[in-house]
Write a protein that binds this ligand. Sequence first.
Ligand code: SF4
Length: 393
Amino acid sequence: MSPSPHGEAPDGRSPDDRCPGVLRVFPAADGGIARLRFPGGRLRPADWTALAAIAADHGGDVHLTSRGNLQVRGVRDEELLRRRVDEHGLLPSASHDRVRNVIASPLAGRLEGHHDLGDLPERLDAELLARADVTALSGRFLFGLDDGSGDVLAHAPDLAAVAGGPGRPVRVYVAGRDAGIEVPPGDAATVLVDAAAAFARGAEGTWRVPGSGDLHDLVVGTLSDHERTSAGATDPRPTTAVEAPPVGWVDTADGLVTLLAVVPFGVVPARLAEFLGAVERPSTVSADKVIGVHGLTEGMAEQVVRVLAPMGMIFDAASPWVEVTACTGLPGCDRSLTDVRYDAADAVRRGALPVAGPQHWVGCERGCGYTGRGARVRATVDGYRVDRSSDTP
Ligand code: SF4
């Protein structure tokens, strides 16, 4: 199996999980790729400052990934990279380098119907770090913490907890589907990690929890010590949350403001990362590659837009960049038939996108980074072909 420049390959069995980490830098045509995990996509200002310094040492940019992680490309000095990561405390456990893939709803607790997740991402991370029996999980195994809005469930995490609101239990999902099991919020981290450990023991080279079969049943069976609700496995995805725009200005329940933004192709230049650190507010990155800056007063939010929009952050929900993503393509990936990002950017510039709505452009049939959302625009020797999600493997 040939490597992709993301260190990824299609879902399924493989003896060789190529997902990068800090300690396992993946070789690509434009240098090494190192990936850093921030469970729940939650970043402190100091994290952006550290990422800016690391990116400045290497390719010059920080790249958002479809698992809510951050990576740098063009790594040529792995020793320097690890030293910087250590200096900033961004790798708490060498043995857990690639297993801390946790996405969480960025608006949790900030809007009506977006239930507060509290410190559940941090508790889940602590539980993972405390356990030696999860270190064999693949770098693609994904935990999700959903605030009841369904935004995280849309990414079909292998194991997810969905908040039910104040005083209510959380509901557990397996392979993106309701397992019909509810647990007290205080137990959720342990329950998810127990199930992940059972999967790791039985996985035998499988990277993700399948939607059915023995391995799926093994994971669900691990949960059966906990209370099973009468609702059964009916997949009642929550629908009560106030809908927020995909990007833009969000007045939050606490009277403050959250700003949501994208950057073209999820690429954050080191200087922009430095400025995000200088805002000195908590922020998030999502699996949809949306950056959230939270807890702003109106005055601060206006200033952030004024300073960061000219640096490439897009706060306009009508921008095509909200819907257009792309794999690496040439020159970073030598499997690519073309410079996909140039072509996609050119189509955006000319108002000539080949399809309406969300679309992910790829340079070959491998389809790296395509999450099933919207269309896949795939380079072929005869030009680009649009695959709808129903056509794709
Ligand atoms: S061209 Fe794109 S889809 Fe193909 S291997 Fe490279 S990054 Fe992946």
